[in-house]
Design a protein around this ligand. Structure first.
Ligand SMILES: CC(C)(COP(=O)(O)OP(=O)(O)OC[C@H]1O[C@@H](n2cnc3c(N)ncnc32)[C@H](O)[C@@H]1OP(=O)(O)O)[C@@H](O)C(=O)NCCC(=O)NCCS
Length: 335
């Protein structure tokens, strides 16, 4: 694939500057094939991935062409060849690099939809990897679903596709480290301490699929305790961990003790709050209201229907902050 001038890529897509820097820093492997896009099969795959039917025509019409859409294809090819060699490798506990917003121009359907084409091109590799690990087909497809990512993108930007906002979920699902097991999702993370490798942990994620019912959470944790030793006997897990606004203990000032969120919090031991307090206002506004930004005027526009809606706003109006906190509990069930 010929190298392109970064200014050309940026200009053609209206890409944010940090995105272009990120794309330039990717390291595409020279010894793997470039992306191949599905033809007749595309619609069937989109159904399997739970891409809403009403979005599919726009997506199919925005198929990039290697000759006519050189800048788009250059991005697709770079993403593809840098991503392929990472499939199956656990991430580190301190994070996983999201795919960056590709464009600021919502009218550019090709840029809005490009991540979905990248997803389709990488899909066969992760499906093969799941099969090699003996992952049941229904777990594989449930894990690879794009329904949540597309819904979240629509809530945040008002548009279909994935290219107008950061994408963390789709690439981590494709990486083969992330599994949906009932109510909760889990990703494999490798711990590393200064004196050498420290084993494996499972990061817990909570998708917005209805209430965080206690019994469903318990079932999901039990499923993870069974699934990971079976499919990854070479990566014994030490503990579950979670980074989330849901673990902010300040929520107990507002929610009743029997609420699902506080019930969930009680499973975890919190790590000490970092000195440089990370501000979690953005996360809580995103997950509770589907909004970006946390200025005063935003507060005036937020619904006040639930106890949590009212708590989030009252807390911010009082000049206080929300925090994303980290918690953990042992992988083995207590005897
Ligand atoms: C996590 C989640 C499922 C918890 O919902 P839940 O089971 O209803 O939680 P609780 O029982 O603790 O709810 C207590 C109160 O807060 C409200 N509440 C909880 N989550 C809410 C949300 N995301 N938006 C609005 N209100 C919410 C409930 O309606 C209830 O108020 P009410 O008694 O006035 O109706 C829900 O917050 C959610 O879907 N969040 C989005 C996903 C997310 O944030 N994941 C973590 C990413 S790091």
């Amino acid at each position: 694939m010929a190298e392109l001038d970064l200014d050309v890529v940026q200009g053609e897509l209206d890409a944010p500057e940090h995105t272009v820097r990120w794309l330039a820093a990717l390291e595409p492997a020279a010894d793997v094939d470039g992306p191949e896009l599905p033809d007749d099969e595309a619609e069937r795959l989109l159904d399997r991935l739970e891409v809403p039917r009403e979005d599919q025509a726009d997506l199919l019409a925005a198929r990039p062409d290697p000759q006519a859409d050189k800048a788009y294809w250059w991005i697709l090819d770079r993403l593809h060849r840098s991503f392929l060699p990472t499939i199956g490798k656990p991430v580190t506990t301190d994070g996983f690099q999201a795919w960056q917003p590709l464009t600021t121009n919502a009218a550019d359907a090709k840029a809005r939809q490009l991540y979905l084409w990248a997803y389709l091109a990488l899909l066969p590799a992760v499906r093969r990897y799941h099969a090699e690990r003996g992952v049941p087909d229904e777990v594989s497809w449930a894990t690879l679903s794009l329904a949540f990512a597309i819904r979240m993108h629509k809530d945040l930007t008002g548009h279909n596709g994935l290219g107008l906002s950061h994408q963390w979920g789709p690439p981590i699902r494709l990486r083969g480290v992330f599994y949906k097991l009932g109510r909760l999702d889990f990703n494999r993370a490798e711990l590393s301490f200064s004196n050498g490798p420290g084993g494996f942990a499972l990061s817990v994620h909570i998708p917005p699929d209805g209430p965080l019912d206690k019994a469903a959470v318990e079932e999901s944790i039990a499923a993870a305790r069974e699934f990971f030793p079976r499919h990854y006997p070479d990566e014994p897990v030490t503990f579950f961990t979670c980074d989330s606004w849901l673990l902010d203990p300040q929520l107990a000032d507002y929610l009743p003790a029997e609420s699902n969120i506080l019930e969930f919090q009680r499973r975890f031991t919190l790590t000490p709050q970092p000195h440089r307090d990370e501000n979690g206002n953005g996360a809580i506004l995103r997950f509770v209201f589907g909004r970006q930004g946390s200025g005063e005027n935003v507060l005036d526009t937020l619904p006040q229907e639930t106890t949590l809606h009212r708590a989030v706003v009252a807390h911010l109006r009082a000049g206080r902050q929300w925090y994303e906190r980290t918690g953990w509990f042992p992988f083995e069930e207590a005897p």
